[in-house]
Each structure stands twice: as structure tokens, then as C-alpha cells.
Unconditional design. Structure first.
Length: 412
């Protein structure tokens, strides 16, 4: 079988590793450079080689043409998904995808999220109270990472003392998922990711087993409802339930953590924006939407080609990987005026930070609510703060996450 590079045709080749840790702003600058270049489709020679889509209209097409672009793998550098790393329903193609998603939709609807708001607010208020008197905190880990994991543990009726371990496990998992961890051996195993997956799966497996034997109220406990649910007239298998558990932990934590890190970074770096929002709370919603657009967390999405075809001049073969750049879509100057600027009161427009089509992010309402509550509860106790002088800030690739964010203030 010929490689993607051998079938490049008129598509220029590039080699860009989208996973390493780089200085803050590097990945946004790369997206802007790809946009300004104007080339719609590249061959990226990283790993096994894959097609990289940088035209905004084609990026949107990758999302919507789910018969051609499948979710058997969503990692461009890893075409062959380890079954233990199945993320349900993310790695399930239509029409079966909707069967699983319909079981989860009620738990992540705006109404369901609103019912949990008081619990989330209390979690966050207690979290901020724990360090507000210190005058300094490593906000990337001690706030941005802890906000979603504490809430997810609360919602699943799991022990809160698992938070620190889950943060470490998700970090390790994401290093492999992004491609930053180097594969080992002929099978291309990423041992760190494999070990983290096994531990998360074992943890969620124990939760699932407990809910089978000691069910809670299925209207109040997600995993009790799932072990009692059916798909196509049958109970969910252990593998399906564990796959939901894996994405609940990894997906539920990582993107919200990353986006909150960027919200806190922006409000610390640009205090005039922070003060405008504090003076006029109506600006918080557009500010969050602009943060989601401008600081695009999911730099690109992988899809696996489902059949041999010619697509916009590219000779695609079944099994090829495609990497569509959300980051370029979100800085498209045809869609967003002054796209390279953070405009606090920008009228929100459609972006791809939560995806598009059948696999759009099921947790988008929860994520937005957590961002709002996290801003409110932090600033209730710490309205004035800044980035520690001399701090060197870096971001991880793939899901663009700030690696450290030391914030300082005068304690009351």
C-alpha cells in the first residue's frame, strides 16, 4: 500500500509535530501562519504521515461527512485504536453513535447542568477558600485542573480524594493521546498511556460493578442509570460501560481544565478585561465565548478515511488519517472580524471549539457553566491578581493546555 506522502500529488508536504510543549502562543501563531499561507490541504510527514486540512470550509466538511471521515481513531498519529482505549460514544460511528449518546444526553442537557449548579458552586467556593489567604497558587493545577475533576467526582458519587490521582492519570493519558509520548516496540505501544488507561478503566470498572450490586437512585446517579440501560434491547457490555467511564474522566476533565487555564491566564495578563467584566457581569458570557474561540483548546481533530476516493484533489485511501484544524477555522478572517484579537464583547459566532455534527461535544453546556462559576467564585474572593513576575509559561500541543500558571495577589 502506498503511503500518504507517495500520494501527495499537488499537496505540499510539511513536517509539523503538533504535540510538544512550546512557549505560550506558539500553536495559535502556527494556526495563523497556516491560514495566511492559504494552502487548503497538506501532507504532514509526522509519524506514519497524514493529510492535514487547513481550509476552514474543508475542516467543516471533515466534521459533517461522517461516512467518509470516521471516528475509528481520532488521533492522527495513531490510526489503530487499542480496544482498551475506546472512548464511548466518541469512537462510535453513526448510526450506532446516537444509540449511546441518547443515554447520556439527559445528563448533560442545560436543565440537568442547572440542577447541579449549587453543588458546583459550593465545590469551587471551598476550593478557592483553601488558598485565597496564601497570596499565591499554581492555578493550572490547583484551580484549572481541580475544578472539573471535583465536579465530575461529585456527579458520579465517587470519592473526592481521587482527584489528585486522576489529574496525574489524565496528564499521562493525554501525553500518549496527543502523540507526545514516543511509541515503543513493533506494536507502537505507548506504555505511559497504556498504564494510565488500565488504571482509569480499573477504577471505573469498580464503580460500574458497585452500581450493579449496590444501585443508587438512577435519576441521580449516572452510572446506576447506565448499568440499568439498554441498547438495541440488551444491557450495555462491560467494555461499552468502561468506554463511557474513560471518556467521562478524560474528556470531562481535560478540555474544561485547559479552557479554564486560558480564561485565568487572559484575565491575569489583561487586567483591563478582567475589570470590565467585574464592573459589568453581563460581559462574562461573551468573554467566555471569546475565550473558547481565541484560545482554541482542541487544535485539530483526527478522522480515519472510510473508503478510497478523490477528495478535493487528494488521493485518499481507506485507512488514511486526516487531521482537520479547528484552530484555523476559529481564526478565519472571513468569519471573525479582527480574528487575531481577543474582543471581550464580540458577538458570539459559530466556531469549532466544541466540534460540529453528530460528534459535537456532549459536555459543552457543563463546560460553559463551569467556566462561568469558576470565574465568579475566584473573583468573589480574589478580584485582583497577576502572573508571578519572571514566570516562563508553556503550552502542551494537541489539546492546547497551559502547563503552569503561577498567580499572585495580596491576601486579605
Amino acid at each position: 500500500m502506498t503511503t500518504v506522502e507517495q500520494r501527495a500529488g499537488q499537496c505540499p508536504a510539511t513536517h509539523f509535530d503538533y504535540s510538544p510543549i512550546r512557549p505560550v502562543g506558539a500553536y495559535r501563531a502556527k494556526a495563523q501562519a497556516l491560514r495566511d499561507d492559504g494552502t487548503p490541504l497538506w501532507v504532514n510527514t509526522q509519524s506514519q504521515g497524514f493529510w492535514m486540512v487547513s481550509d476552514p470550509e474543508l475542516v467543516k466538511e471533515v466534521y459533517m461527512n461522517y461516512e467518509l471521515f470516521r471516528v475509528d481513531s481520532v488521533t492522527a498519529v495513531d490510526p489503530d485504536l487499542d480496544p482498551s482505549q475506546l472512548l464511548v460514544p466518541l469512537n462510535i460511528n453513526p448510526p450506532d453513535h446516537q444509540k449511546f449518546r441518547s443515554l447520556l444526553n439527559p445528563w448533560f442537557s442545560p436543565a440537568s447542568v442547572a440542577r447541579r449548579e449549587a453543588v458546583m458552586r459550593e465545590n469551587l467556593r471551598n476550593l478557592v477558600s483553601g488558598f485565597s489567604g496564601l497570596g499565591r497558587v499554581e492555578a493550572a493545577r490547583e484551580y484549572a485542573a481541580k475544578v472539573p475533576v471535583l465536579n465530575l467526582l461529585s456527579f458520579a458519587n465517587m470519592p473526592i480524594d481521587l482527584a489528585e490521582r486522576l489529574i496525574d492519570l489524565v496528564d499521562t493519558f493525554m501525553a500518549g493521546f496527543s502523540g507526545a509520548e514516543t511509541p515503543v516496540g513493533e506494536d507502537g505501544i505507548r506504555p505511559g498511556m497504556t498504564s494510565a488507561t488500565d488504571e482509569i478503566n480499573a477504577l471505573m470498572g469498580s464503580v460500574i460493578a458497585d452500581r450493579r450490586h449496590n444501585p443508587l437512585d438512577p435519576d441521580m446517579d449516572l452510572f446506576t442509570s447506565l448499568v440499568q440501560a439498554e441498547v438495541d434491547g440488551r444491557p450495555l457490555t462491560n467494555a461499552e460501560l468502561t468506554g463511557i467511564g474513560l471518556i467521562y474522566v478524560v474528556g470531562g476533565m481535560e478540555t474544561t481544565r485547559a479552557q479554564l487555564g486560558w480564561l485565568m491566564y487572559h484575565m491575569a495578563k489583561f487586567p483591563e478585561d478582567r475589570r470590565r467584566v467585574l464592573a459589568d457581569p453581563a460581559l462574562l458570557t461573551p468573554a467566555i465565548e471569546e475565550c473558547i474561540r481565541y484560545y482554541t483548546v482542541i487544535w485539530g481533530v483526527g478522522r480515519k478515511v472510510g473508503l478510497d476516493t478523490t477528495w478535493h484533489g487528494a488521493d485518499l485511501r481507506k485507512g488514511d488519517m486526516v487531521y482537520a484544524l479547528n484552530s484555523v477555522f476559529n481564526c478565519d478572517t472571513r468569519r471573525f472580524a479582527d480574528a487575531d484579537s481577543f474582543i471581550l464583547d464580540r458577538k458570539p459566532g459559530p466556531n469549532l471549539s466544541f466540534g460540529r455534527g453528530p460528534h459535537s461535544c456532549i459536555g459543552m453546556h457543563l463546560a460553559r457553566t463551569q467556566l462561568r462559576l469558576a470565574f465568579e467564585e475566584w473573583h468573589r474572593q480574589i478580584p485582583e491578581y497577576s502572573i508571578e513576575e519572571g514566570a516562563e509559561l508553556f503550552e502542551r500541543g494537541s489539546e492546547i493546555t497551559i502547563q503552569s500558571l503561577p498567580l499572585v495577589w495580596q491576601p486579605a
